[in-house]
Design a protein around this ligand. Structure first.
Ligand code: FES
Length: 319
C-alpha cells in the first residue's frame, strides 16, 4: 500500500470521457520531467479529492516516460473515490500519485490470452501496447462489456491492426447473452492467461481453469477486503502452530489484518486474493477459500490469508 511519503504531485494534463461513466485522465509532472518507469500491468495509487486513496491501473505504453494514463469508472454505488475523482478533479489540478507498482506483471511467454471485463481492460491495454511495441509474442483478447456505449477504447481495439486478435462482446445486460469462454479455456496450450474485471467474471474464469497451471493464470482485482464480506460471515479463531498463540478473527477483518495487529509480518501485496504472496500453510480446520490463486489440489493445505475465512470454528496455521 502506498503511503503519502512516497507520493509525487502530478498535474492532470487531460481529462475526457472515454465511454458512459468512464473518464480518461492523463497525468504529467508539472515541470515536464520524466516519471518513474513502469511495466505493463502496473498500477498507481491516487489521493482523490475527497482524501481517499484509490488504485488505478496504468493503461498507456510503458515506453512512455512523460505521462501516466488511467481510465476511471464512476461507481455511483461505491465508496465515493471514483465519483470524487471524476466529479471534482479538473484539468490542471495537481493530484498526489504514488510510484507505479506491479502485482500483475507480464510474464515472458510465446502466447497471451487476455480476458477483460469492463474497466478491467486498463492493465491489459498497457500489456497489448507493450506487446505491440516490443514484438514480445502473440495474443488474443476477449473484451466483455455491457454495450458499446459503456466500452472504453472501443475504436482503438476495433482498428484493422487488431483483426483476428480482439473479440469484443456485449451482453446488453442479459446474462443469457454472456460469451461462453469454455472453448477458449478448454485447452491451455502454452499461453499465459491474464484476466481483469468484475469479481464474478474472474471467479468464473478461475472455475474454468482448474486444469491450467496456476503459474500461468494471473488476475488483478482492486476490490477492497471490506467489500468481500458475505452475510454468512462469522467470527472464528486462528491458532499459530509454532507459538500456540490463538486470535479471534472478527467479521469485517481479515486473517492477515489480525496477524498484523499482533505483530506477525506475513508477506502480502494485492490483499485481494490474486497475487499469491500471502499463501500460508494450513494444518487444520475447514477453510472458506475466497482467492483466485489456489488450484483445487492446493486448497486442503494452503490458504490465502488476505481474503479467505473459515467454515470451521478454528484454523491452525503453520506460523
Ligand atoms: S496478498 Fe495477494 S493473494 Fe493475498
Amino acid at each position: 500500500m502506498a503511503n503519502e511519503a512516497d507520493m509525487m504531485a502530478l498535474r492532470i494534463a487531460e481529462k475526457r470521457r472515454a465511454a458512459d461513466d468512464i473518464e480518461f485522465f492523463e497525468l504529467r509532472h508539472p515541470d515536464g520531467a520524466e516519471l518513474p518507469e513502469f511495466t505493463a500491468g502496473a498500477h498507481v495509487s491516487l489521493i482523490v479529492p475527497n482524501g481517499e486513496l484509490r488504485k488505478y491501473s496504468l493503461c498507456n505504453d510503458p515506453e512512455e516516460r512523460d505521462r501516466y494514463c488511467i481510465a476511471v469508472k464512476r461507481e455511483a454505488g461505491g465508496r465515493g473515490g471514483s465519483v470524487s475523482l471524476i466529479d471534482n478533479a479538473k484539468i490542471s489540478d495537481e493530484i498526489m500519485v504514488s510510484a507505479p507498482r506491479n502485482d500483475f506483471a507480464l510474464a515472458t511467454a510465446p502466447q497471451y490470452l487476455f480476458i477483460a471485463g469492463g474497466i478491467g481492460i486498463t492493465p491489459i491495454l498497457s500489456m497489448i501496447r507493450q506487446i505491440r511495441s516490443s514484438g514480445l509474442g502473440r495474443f488474443k483478447l476477449f473484451y466483455l462489456s455491457r454495450s458499446a456505449a459503456t466500452t472504453a477504447f472501443l475504436d482503438e481495439l476495433k482498428a484493422p491492426e487488431f483483426r483476428g486478435m480482439v473479440t469484443i462482446h456485449h451482453d446488453e445486460g442479459d446474462p443469457n447473452n454472456s460469451l461462453d469462454l469454455w472453448p477458449v479455456l478448454e485447452k491451455p496450450g502454452a499461453a499465459h492467461l491474464y484476466c481483469c474485471g468484475p469479481r464474478g467474471l474472474m471467479q468464473a474464469v478461475r472455475d474454468m481453469t482448474g486444469h491450467w497451471s496456476s503459474a500461468r493464470i494471473h488476475f488483478e482485482d482492486f476490490t477492497p477486503p471490506g467489500a468481500m464480506t458475505k452475510p454468512e460471515d462469522k467470527p472464528f479463531t486462528v491458532k499459530l502452530a509454532r507459538s500456540g498463540e490463538t486470535y479471534e478473527v472478527p467479521v469485517g477483518k481479515t486473517i492477515l489484518e489480525v496477524l498484523r495487529d499482533h505483530g506477525h509480518a506475513v508477506p502480502s501485496s494485492c490483499e485481494s486474493g490474486t497475487c499469491g504472496s500471502c499463501r500460508t500453510k494450513l494444518l487444520e480446520g475447514e477453510p472458506d477459500h475466497r482467492d483466485l490463486v489456489l488450484a483445487d489440489y492446493e486448497k486442503t493445505e494452503n490458504i490465502m490469508v488476505c481474503v479467505s475465512r473459515a467454515i470451521s470454528d478454528e484454523l491452525v496455521l503453520d506460523l
